[in-house]
Write a protein that binds this ligand. Structure first.
Ligand code: SF4
Ligand code: SF4
Length: 175
């Protein structure tokens, strides 16, 4: 097996690595394709944290260009944005995996408490058929792993989720 892991934050990357002790670092690469992440400073800060995790675990990291136009090309409004966002990031990851000799792909989206796992798996399985890859799911995802020593974000990633977070934090009843 040669696995490409799409990843969008360091915390979930570390949890995913901990959930796959059977895969050696030589057969594993992390792919940081996240045109959804906004603003650029947030993208860079998450990337720095992922770099640290990859270095510490001796896992290769691949970083394609950050192109918000990819995201806004498929997400036109906050309404029902997540499935389009997952589809975009998983498809791009699968395409890269196929072109670069990987046999399997997966995503840290599987480790999140906040994402719709069933929908992500369904989308990923359809993509895996298209690209003739296997969508890898760890037997047991270690979601409660205690992690520290790197940046942890406070919102999902896109401008809509950032606005939502600030609205919740600064709503009049919380001030
Ligand atoms: S879904 Fe959220 S919590 Fe999971 S990897 Fe992406 S940014 Fe991290
Ligand atoms: S909330 Fe998260 S998954 Fe949904 S569109 Fe925004 S970044 Fe993507």
């Amino acid at each position: 097996m040669k696995l490409l892991l799409h990843a969008c934050c360091a915390d979930c990357t570390l949890k995913f690595i901990a959930s796959t002790p059977d895969i050696s670092p030589q057969n594993f690469a992390v792919y940081y394709y996240n045109p959804n992440i906004h603003p650029r400073s947030e993208y860079q800060t998450r990337l720095a944290a992922i770099k640290k995790i990859c270095q510490e675990n001796k896992v290769k990291l691949v970083v394609p260009d950050w192109k918000p136009s990819d995201y806004f090309g498929v997400v036109k409004s906050p309404k029902n944005s997540c499935p389009h966002c997952w589809q975009l990031r998983l498809s791009n990851s699968a395409l890269f995996a196929q072109k670069n000799g990987f046999t399997h792909f997966s995503s840290t989206l599987l480790t999140s408490h906040y994402q719709d796992q069933a929908k992500i798996i369904k989308i990923a399985q359809t993509i895996s058929e298209k690209y003739q890859l296997t969508f890898y799911q760890p037997q047991k995802v270690i979601r409660n792993l205690k992690t520290s020593g790197f940046y942890k974000q406070f919102f999902c990633g896109c401008c809509y989720s950032l606005t939502e977070r600030y609205q919740a934090k600064y709503s009049p009843d919380k001030l």
